[in-house]
Write a protein that binds this ligand. Structure first.
Ligand code: BES
Ligand code: MN
Ligand code: ZN
Length: 495
């Protein structure tokens, strides 16, 4: 998609689809009023009919409106003007983008220059429009024999928002586009089935990214190399699978060579059967999404390349398949992690932390400024937060605060849980340095406590995205979260 800022008169703008806002109770926005005049009251007549009220997210398409050049007029309800805050603006923009993508329009113009979001600026709005268009344009088809009609939309323009610099608005569109691309990369990887998206497949994606751009280099560690590094914990997860585990390292160099990198670590369990502690059958297919942490890391890496962020980032993906094969790890087995700590594996279904702890120890060698791991780690996070927020735990209050703010700003929120020492004793083991489960109480916290034992030397945050990474039901599919949150964080950092 191509994006631009266009200050043309709306009635003479030659475009396939003009998008305008109507406030609640049918109050026309400035642009809608302009077009209502141009179309001899097509809009106000529609509102009079009662079919369209301007309720938030409501859409109505008018074809070949007489009196103006545009082929379509898309009215989008914006709800109560005094309540037009970020959350409502996102609802509104997403509804508009989705409706545009459903049409055969090749060009669309968002005529929203007069619209003000109470708690955000015009650049935020421009970013959201581009991001929403990219998100709405994604449709999973990879493993369908019939791909359906290709998306018609090719160009998107916006009217300049009042009082905002033109160049900055077009930069904001580019940013939104990159975030959208990142989201879609993450969604596609998440949606692919476990028999295609294996650890080897993920490794190939990293190589492909490195081949596309000079700013990224990659290194793929085999099981043999991991064994040499002493990654007994990570390897214990892959032991029951015919698929070889991979430790995928991607380094993005956008800042000065010596500048300390920011580190991302993703859980990449390409399928989680639970291992010998086998999961029940119901909805087990959804455990193909157990690599969504890794997918978000790929999404972020793609986006920062596109954004040319002036910082260094190192990404480590711990990719493995958790299967109950004859060589699988058994409950009670004890393994030695790369850190030297021994782990009693009481439940082979608590495998995410087992791959992450070795990846976190490995990332120490890059001396990162901060490290954030992203993982579909616990069912307890789903029980606690549902799908609305990601769980955040951290050993650094400033980092946690920044990430919470980035989540709010990007519309991809997280909520903090306490990482208090009082929870650590639940991981005591009579036979090893630490057990891999902490019992039924506070599961999201004890999982983070486990990871905290391997991140003592770093400023570290953990995002448990078990609830936010994918949708269930009719809309089943990966969400791409928390790509927007992570990009907001990285965009704020300096080299
Ligand atoms: N991948 C799962 C967590 C999960 C479960 C995410 C359901 C989304 C939906 C993870 O590997 C797991 O199985 N965790 C166990 C840990 C337990 C054995 C301590 C869980 O949460 O049940
Ligand atoms: Mn599991
Ligand atoms: Zn898992």
């Amino acid at each position: 998609m191509r994006y631009s800022v266009k200050a043309n008169s709306l009635t003479t703008l030659n475009n396939d689809c003009l998008v305008v806002a109507v406030w609640g109770k049918g109050t026309l926005s400035d642009e809608a009023r302009d077009l209502d005049r141009g179309t001899s009251k097509a809009i106000s007549n529609l509102i009079k009919s009662g079919d369209f009220t301007g309720k938030i997210g409501q859409t109505q398409l008018l074809h070949n409106p007489a009196g103006i050049k545009a082929k379509r007029l898309l009215l989008v309800g914006a709800g109560t003007k005094s309540k037009f805050v970020a959350a409502n603006a996102v609802k509104f923009i997403k509804a508009a983008a989705r409706a545009v993508c459903k049409t055969q329009a090749a060009s669309a113009h968002f005529a929203l220059g007069s619209i003000e979001v109470k708690d955000r600026d015009a650049y935020w709005a421009a970013t959201q429009i581009a991001q929403a268009c990219e998100e709405a344009s994604y449709h999973y088809t990879t493993t369908k024999s019939s791909k359906g009609k290709a998306l018609a939309l090719k160009t998107v323009s916006i009217s300049p928002f009042a009082g905002a610099r033109r160049k900055a608005q077009s930069d904001a569109l580019k940013t939104g586009q990159a975030i959208g691309h990142g989201l879609n990369v993450a969604r596609e990887l998440g949606n692919l089935p476990g028999n295609i998206c294996t650890p080897t497949y993920l490794a190939e994606q990293a190589k492909a990214l490195a081949n596309r751009t000079k700013s990224v280099t990659t290194q793929i560690l085999s099981e043999k190399q991991m064994a040499r590094l002493g990654m007994g914990s990570l390897l214990s997860v892959a032991a029951g699978s015919a698929e070889e585990a991979k430790l995928i390292v991607m380094q993005y160099k956008g800042g000065p060579a010596k500048s300390q990198p920011y580190a991302l670590v993703g859980k990449g369990i390409t399928f989680d059967t639970g291992g010998i502690s086998l999961k029940p059958g119901l909805a087990m297919d959804e455990m193909k999404f157990d690599m969504c942490g890794a997918a978000s890391v790929f999404g972020v890496m793609n986006a920062i390349v596109e954004m040319k962020l002036p910082i260094n980032v190192v990404a480590v993906v711990a990719a493995a398949e958790n299967m109950p094969g004859s060589k699988a790890t058994k409950p009670g087995d004890i393994v030695t992690s790369m850190s030297g700590k021994t782990i009693e594996i009481l439940n082979t279904d608590a495998e995410g932390r087992l791959v992450l702890c070795d990846a976190l120890t490995y990332v120490e060698r890059f001396n990162p400024r901060t490290v954030i791991d992203i993982a579909t780690l616990t069912g307890a996070a789903v029980a606690t937060f549902g799908s609305v927020v990601s769980a955040l735990l951290s050993n650094d209050d400033a980092l946690a605060k920044t990430l919470l703010d980035c989540g709010q700003q990007s519309g991809d929120p997280a909520w903090q849980l306490p990482l208090w020492d009082d929870y650590q004793r639940q991981l005591n083991s009579n036979f090893a340095d630490i057990a891999n489960i902490g019992g039924p109480k506070g599961g999201t916290i004890t999982a983070a406590c486990f990871l905290s034992r391997f991140t003592e030397k770093m400023k570290w945050a953990h995002l448990d995205i078990a609830g936010s990474a994918w949708n269930q039901g009719a809309e089943k599919g990966a969400t791409g979260r928390p790509v927007p949150l992570l990009l907001e964080y990285l965009r704020r950092q300096k080299a």
